[in-house]
Write a new protein. Structure first.
Ligand SMILES: [Zn+2]
Length: 371
């Protein structure tokens, strides 16, 4: 039996350890991918240490398990019914798995499958355990299997380390699409210097935003983010003034078309309400950051102003393919990321490093092939 190295979690709250496990065989509709880079997402520490207590309704795979959410690599082997994906293709593996046969899946609305599951991370329903039995391989291993339908083909111009960032970029892209964001529109990105917010900013630039308001607390990170597109980005420092007031003033009282709410779990709910107050009539706010506390939304002005507050989770392989195309043309500029690469053996150091990252610019990745 051919073996591979994989970093596994044996107990909740424990560190990862590198084990030897068999290299999986792809089933007919699957592919075997040689992992070149896998993102270490900022939330991973919470997932492996706290999710069973905090969110018992979001199941982890049965331990020991291989984690690793955002893998990019090279197709090593394809299943017997896979046609358009070839050995040697460079790919990002969209880890969003669904059951395939429930009503949502049969309507091709896979992200709303009750058993939706993040390969190598956590699931959203009781059906997730069955999916973990079928796909027990995360990206912190030399190889993984995945459904061929989940792959995003990466052009040569997108590095594997950049590909490992597609999860957070895609989350922002799907949110922009749900808001019907269009060229020439205005946008407020609340929490723009973080991992999600920076992705939303890069995509808003790429998608032709006329005016991009970015909020954050760290002046140095805000300046660095503004430098991505000096003439279209305007900085709003959180804590100084209400973001909605600044935005309304800067747009001549109109307000922005879209608010992307990318603040993290520990943010003040007040900030979210203030950001939403910057929406124009009919504007849409999309929540992707997961502020932990309830947000006091007032339904009456929501009705009068026809505001929408939309929740958005992850993205489809098709949306991933859109981003690959945008990156290939250069309109989506991925050069802002600074990659910090780690060997599989140093995964616990990588987890610690992600806590000390320099906002969204730092991209911590594991390269399982590095020795
Ligand atoms: Zn389903």
């Amino acid at each position: 039996m051919v073996m591979m190295r994989a970093a596994r979690l044996h107990e909740v709250g424990d560190t990862f350890q590198v084990d030897l496990v068999p290299v999986p065989k792809p089933r007919p509709t699957d592919v075997l991918v040689k992992v070149m880079s896998c993102g270490v997402v900022p939330n991973l520490h919470n997932v492996v240490a706290n999710y069973p207590t905090w969110f018992p309704f979001l199941p982890l795979p049965t331990l020991p398990a291989i984690f690793g959410l955002d893998a990019a690599g090279i197709v090593e082997e394809v299943g017997s019914t896979v046609r358009d994906i070839k050995v040697g293709d460079r790919v990002y593996v969209n880890p969003g798995l669904s059951c395939g046969t429930c009503e949502a899946c049969r309507r091709r609305d896979n992200t709303n499958c009750p058993a939706y599951t993040f390969q190598g991370y956590f699931g959203f329903g009781p059906g997730s355990q069955q999916i973990y039995e079928d796909y027990p391989y995360g990206g912190f291993a030399e190889f993984l299997t995945a459904p061929a339908a989940n792959l995003v083909k990466l052009p040569e111009s997108v590095s594997f380390d950049q590909g490992a960032r597609f999860g957070y970029l895609g989350t922002a892209y799907a949110a922009l699409r749900k808001a019907n964001f269009a060229p020439g529109q205005t946008i407020l990105i609340d929490g723009a210097t973080g991992t999600l917010g920076l992705g939303a900013t890069l995509l808003a630039i790429a998608m032709g935003a006329r005016q991009i308001f970015i909020t954050g607390r760290n002046a140095q990170l805000l300046a660095r983010t503004k430098a991505l597109c000096q003439n279209r980005i305007q900085v709003v420092v959180l804590g100084d003034v209400a973001s909605g007031t600044v935005v309304k003033h800067a747009t001549g009282g109109m307000g922005v078309d879209v608010v992307i709410e990318a603040l993290g779990p520990n943010a003040f709910p007040r900030n979210v309400v203030e950001a939403m107050s910057g929406l124009r009539r009919g504007g849409k706010a999309v929540s992707i950051g997961g502020v932990a506390d309830p947000i006091p939304v007032d339904p009456f002005p929501l009705m009068c102003q026809q505001h929408s507050l939309i929740g958005s989770l992850w993205f489809t392989p098709a949306e991933g393919q859109d981003m690959a195309a945008m990156a290939d043309t250069g309109i989506l500029d991925l050069s802002a990321f600074v990659h910090e690469t780690y060997r599989l053996d140093d995964i616990n150091e990588a987890l610690a490093a992600v806590e000390k990252r320099n906002g969204g610019f730092t991209n911590v990745v594991i390269r399982p092939g590095d020795r």
